[in-house]
Design a protein around this ligand. Structure first.
Ligand code: ACO
Length: 325
């Protein structure tokens, strides 16, 4: 018995924010953003659009492709750091939104690695036989926790959602391996200090702009290359495959230079590395499922191909998975 992606879907908000528009908001330039990050534009959710709205749209597409009914879904796992509310979980809102009345639903907070953490948990549920069909989502509205006056961070992030439906089947498809890691001692390199139990919302936290992402990009950059490379290598080793067997690697889309660094370390040619950062920026947990959906719909991946997903983010967290489609 293997595990098959029987449906995949993604959704990004309509509104596009270009580098030229950002030039009018903060002291930056298209040239700086493009050469330092590879990003040209990103999508921004409406004021009325929450993370679960994006997740529901992506999930409906995945359900349609899977040709199943929502009541066949046994569990919903949402990776997000921009939940609709502290509680209920965003996964509960998704359950309501798609009408998956038989599903257990919960969120995972692992920043940009959230989708891969979700796939890893789903894999074990499916292998144990507890569940047969699981919806795993990476969804974010980072625009809502971005400080639009901070040029160090506001040029990087965007909104979006990607969803896969995993099912235990007797096909050759399988999640061959997953590998996860965390280093909580470096949590202060990327975090949002306000709004939780440490700094509950108050006039002071708002005045001090604590409800926005804070990041030490330069330090993170080097760790990201190292950890994403190691995670991919470990997942490849556990899967028992060689780098030559990989059709495509889908790295977390945080920065084109991080992706190039990882590809160099893994000695993977650029045609084996999927990139869409230019269109969406860093959508945290949503980058890898959105990219996987696009790679499949562009014909870059087909049944039987081996794809590696690898991510790194706040926590710090990292993870990789090797999937035979
Ligand atoms: N426009 C123009 N100049 C800028 C901008 C901007 N938007 N932002 C920063 N600068 C300036 C800085 O002020 C600095 O100026 P100075 O030299 O006068 O002090 C200069 O550009 C260089 O700054 P660096 O931070 O050294 O630039 P760097 O090359 O490291 O690029 C970046 C910054 C893009 C943030 C990069 O470090 C990066 O991508 N880091 C990793 C981010 C990441 O992986 N995050 C984890 C995942 S995200 C998640 O989990 C949600």
């Amino acid at each position: 018995m293997g595990i098959e992606i029987i449906g995949i879907g993604s959704y990004v908000p309509e509104k596009i924010l270009t580098n030229a528009e950002l030039e009018k908001m903060v002291d930056t330039s298209d040239e700086w953003i493009t050469t330092r990050t590879g990003i040209k534009e990103r999508r921004i959710a409406k004021d009325t659009e929450s993370t679960s709205d994006l997740a529901v749209n992506a999930s409906k597409k995945a359900i349609k492709k899977a040709n199943i009914t929502p009541d066949e879904i046994d569990a919903i796992i949402v990776g997000t750091i921009t939940p609709d509310m502290s509680f209920p979980s965003t996964a509960c809102f998704v359950q309501k939104g798609i009408g998956a009345k038989n599903a257990t639903a919960f969120d995972i907070s692992a920043a940009c690695s959230g989708f891969i953490y979700g796939v890893s948990i789903a894999r074990e549920f499916l292998r144990s036989g507890i569940f047969k069909t699981i919806l795993v989502i990476g969804a974010e509205t980072l625009s809502k926790i971005t400080d639009w006056e901070d040029r160090n961070t506001c040029v990087l992030f965007g909104d979006g959602a990607g969803a896969v439906i995993l099912r235990k089947t007797d096909s050759q498809s399988d999640i061959l391996s997953t590998y996860l890691g965390t280093d909580g001692t470096l949590g202060d390199l990327l975090y949002m200090p306000g709004g939780g139990s440490r700094n509950p919302a108050s006039q002071k936290t708002i005045k001090e702009r604590l409800h926005y992402v804070r990041m030490e990009g330069n330090k993170l950059f080097k760790i990201a290359v190292k950890k994403m490379t190691t995670a991919a290598q470990k997942a490849i080793e556990i899967a028992g495959i060689k780098c030559e067997d990989i059709k495509l690697i889908i790295p977390h889309q945080a920065n084109i230079r991080i992706v190039e660094g990882v590809a160099n370390q893994l000695k993977l040619p650029s045609e084996k590395v999927f990139l869409n950062i230019q269109k969406y920026g860093n959508t945290s947990a949503a980058t890898t499922p959105i990219a996987l959906d696009e790679a499949i719909s562009q014909g870059k991946l087909k049944k039987g191909d081996i794809v590696v997903l690898v991510a790194f983010g706040g926590g710090l967290t990292w993870g990789a998975t090797v999937i035979r489609l």
